[in-house]
Design a protein around this ligand. Sequence first.
Ligand code: ADP
Length: 370
Amino acid sequence: MRLFPRLLLNHLAVVAVTASVLLIATELTAQPFIRHHVAQMMDLLGSQGNHMRLDLTSGMRTTLTRALLAALPLGLLVAALTAWVAARRVTASVRHLQAGSQAIASGQYDRRLPEVGEDELTELARSFNTMAGTLARIEQTRAELIGNVAHELRTPVSAVRGYAEAAQDGILPADQALAAIAREVAGMERLTHDLSLVSRVEGGRVELHLTSIPLRDLLTQAQDRFQLAFEDRGVTLQVDFPPAAWAVWADPQRAQQVLANLLGNALKHTPAGGRVWVSADVHGAEATVSVVDTGSGISPEHLDRVFERFYRVDAARTRGEGSGVGLTIARGLARAMHGDLTATSTPGQGSTFRWTVPLSPVAARPPQRS
Ligand code: ADP
């Protein structure tokens, strides 16, 4: 049944029940009261009062019934009017909600409902608007993601096509063209791998094997992996090894991935003659690994955004050097392992990336370094 007839019926039912209750109550309480007082008067008047008693009793009953019958249509009219006003207000708000949800369902995520007043329907409109805002953001992210992926793939795909055509036309020897194509394909493979990891990290679907790892082992492995690359680029890599007792609770492979991203970025953005310094500290139940470089630094307007998907400070200059998802993945992994990844920087002087990671609950709690 529609809202208006339902509300109207409810109001009318209330009036009918109230009238019936009044009638029954009058019968049960007023009648004995009057009868009692009339009987007392009759005692005073003697036998003459008998006729008067009947008159009084039936007169009272008729008066009460008439009064109730007169009040009933008036009550019904007021009930119908208030039901109509209330139903109009409620149905108008519900219709707005209905129209809004239909608009959203058809893809108009910018649609909002008026939030007037403080009643439950306004709260519903507010929640509805919040939901619409979230959907709009999700839609924007989705559109951006598709745009970014298309953009990232366009360059290597055109390069592959260029090399293939150059080989076909005899401009480039086939073996050189094939080597270049293999390089581009490897880049695309890296990109698809990174993208699938981003989606798993952001969806909280990355599988972790958390275990107790000596922090010193993690830093040693990272140093072994990067030492040659640093030497090749003429950048000094200095690692301050923490005490052997310091152990963190992390996934060894994912922890290496976080460190590799930080060291790779530091190396990429530090010119020859510069220095990258890795150290660790313990505060409370967490260890912090700091990677400090003397590189280009990141200006404040870019600093927060470097953790966003596909964000590159100088996209044109660093084309082909990375897809801008490394830090998104690193922060996602750090958070999945119940830690975090933050950055500070002074443009022109260098950057510091801090990775916090919980200390191992099974290893003896290491003494804190002041
Ligand atoms: P990419 O794959 O492009 O390196 P990241 O997500 O790892 O993507 O980094 C995002 C951007 O942050 C980089 O393009 C770079 O501009 C900036 N960045 C990251 N680390 C550093 C650093 N140590 N020094 C200066 N800029 C950095």
